[in-house]
Design a protein around this ligand. Structure first.
Ligand SMILES: Cc1cc2nc3c(=O)[nH]c(=O)nc-3n(C[C@H](O)[C@H](O)[C@H](O)COP(=O)(O)OP(=O)(O)OC[C@H]3O[C@@H](n4cnc5c(N)ncnc54)[C@H](O)[C@@H]3O)c2cc1C
Length: 427
């Protein structure tokens, strides 16, 4: 249960335990902590679990996420499996689409299990100077007499800081403790995944996605979502599927069974329809999309990553957005905390809301429209059947869905996508 406690007086960085407390050491929290510590802030990074720990995920990283790893000085040569792009299967077509060549992003993606990916990032934050405490569950916000957050309570006691970053994932217990509930008018997805031993598929140099998911109840209707097979390079693949809430079938479908049924249709030599090759259970979680929790800054708290509902509605990618928002939160925090406590600092912190909207608001609005459209099985069928045979169109789709364009000086596709995200009003 989230609990709210109060402190007397206004805490300033001088007498507080840290300049910033970061709740949660997933990709969002570790990125925020790393960039803040690098700029000289005293950062306390609190994580409830002990590393290494499993996190339910597809383990797939697009060039957007790779860029963030590079920014954290992480060497992506050893222990990672590189991919060249996306293989899309649907409408009777199998298309290999390489990641675009851009000035702004690298031209490769990666996979790595979250088991050690998150550990690596947390260690990087600690190396940069953040104080990492694992096994430390934050139980709620600590408020000053004005109702502004002045720190956190944990099972081991409370810690004070003039700024808290909530990077506690989809459950968002910390923002919930401040009364920030999820918005029901934003898209949400559900995804499940499982590891299988598959010597045939483990070292694939493309991320693979299957567009035709059908529920057993009604084979004629396509579900809005996709299945994936991502090679992990360690003898295993991560296979899973994600479905959006815009279809009638949402909430009524047994996603674990859907996964088993889909894998039953894959070639037997891949080993994905044999229980003996499974490594662990099927696990699932929700995907909070399109800013489903706002405001992202209020009363001394910044929301980062899943806590602020930042998963991309077009493709279900969340790691890159968690890391990017972590970096942005750090940039803003560094400037804000250099100002005296009070209105000038609050003005700087409130800029986080506007900057996030400017970066992703239009794109997420488009994503919301896309989610609604493909929730109609006819639209999904027509798009798959008539889009897939056209490689140029699909290259455009890849850029749009993976949010990979150059903001300036890009090609015609980049210019169209950038213009589209600018003309729609931001969410
Ligand atoms: C099945 C599935 C597949 C996915 N596949 C992909 C994919 O292939 N690529 C991709 O980019 N995204 C994928 N996503 C989305 C991605 O997993 C998330 O968007 C991403 O993990 C968000 O990072 P985060 O740092 O915001 O939150 P999280 O990764 O959830 O990290 C939150 C951290 O906070 C800690 N925490 C929570 N509460 C507390 C507390 N009270 N006190 C202290 N610590 C706390 C947690 O233990 C955790 O370490 C997938 C999601 C699912 C469910």
């Amino acid at each position: 249960m989230t609990e709210v406690q109060h402190v007397t007086g206004n805490h300033t960085a001088g007498d507080a335990d840290a300049d910033v407390i970061v709740v949660g050491a997933g990709p969002g929290g570790s990125s925020a902590a790393y960039h803040m510590a690098r700029h000289g802030l005293r950062v306390l990074l609190l994580e409830k679990s002990q590393f290494p720990r499993e996190k339910v995920c597809g383990d797939g990283l697009t060039p957007r996420a790779v860029k963030q790893l590079v920014k954290m000085g992480i060497n992506t040569d050893d222990g990672w499996l590189r991919n060249r792009g996306l293989r899309v299967i649907g409408g009777g077509v199998r298309l290999e689409l390489d990641w675009p060549e851009l000035a702004s992003f690298p031209d490769y993606g990666l996979t790595r299990t979250r088991l050690d990916f998150d550990h690596l990032l947390a260690k990087r934050a600690a190396e940069a100077g953040a104080q990492l405490r694992t096994g430390c569950t934050v139980t709620g916000p600590l408020l000053d007499r004005t109702g502004r957050v002045a720190g956190v309570t944990t099972e081991q006691g409370s810690f004070t800081a003039p700024l808290v970053v909530a990077a506690d994932g989809v459950s968002g217990r910390f923002p919930l403790g401040l009364g920030l509930a999820k918005r029901a008018d934003r898209p949400i997805g559900v995804a499940v995944r499982r590891y299988y031993r598959s010597p045939q598929r483990h070292d694939d140099d493309y991320l693979e996605s299957w567009l035709e998911l059908r529920s057993k109840e009604d084979r004629s209707k396509l579900l809005p979502g996709y299945g994936w097979i991502f090679g992990m390079g360690d003898g295993r693949v991560n296979v899973g599927l994600g479905v959006l809430n815009s279809s009638v079938a949402f909430g009524k479908t047994n996603y674990r069974q859907l996964l088993v049924d889909w894998l039953g249709s894959t070639p037997p030599d891949w080993g994905l329809n044999d229980e003996a090759n499974a490594d662990g259970p099927i696990l699932g979680a929700a995907l909070p999309m399109g800013f489903n929790r706002v405001p992202h800054y209020t009363r001394g708290t910044m929301l980062v990553g899943d806590s602020g509902g930042m998963v991309n509605p077009f493709n279900g990618e969340g790691i890159a957005y968690a890391m990017e928002s972590g970096e942005l939160a750090a940039e803003i925090a560094v400037q804000a905390l250099a100002r005296p406590a009070g209105p000038a600092r609050e003005r700087a912190l409130h800029a986080y809301n506007g900057e996030l909207r400017a970066r992703y608001g239009g794109y997420y609005r488009l994503g919301g429209i896309f989610v609604k459209l493909i929730g109609n099985p006819h639209v999904m069928r027509i798009a798959t059947k008539h889009g897939m045979p056209h490689p140029t169109l699909m290259r455009f789709v890849l850029k749009l869905l993976a949010n990979l364009t150059d903001p300036r000086g890009g090609d015609a596709m980049d210019r169209i996508i950038n213009a589209m995200t600018k003309v729609v009003p931001a969410v």
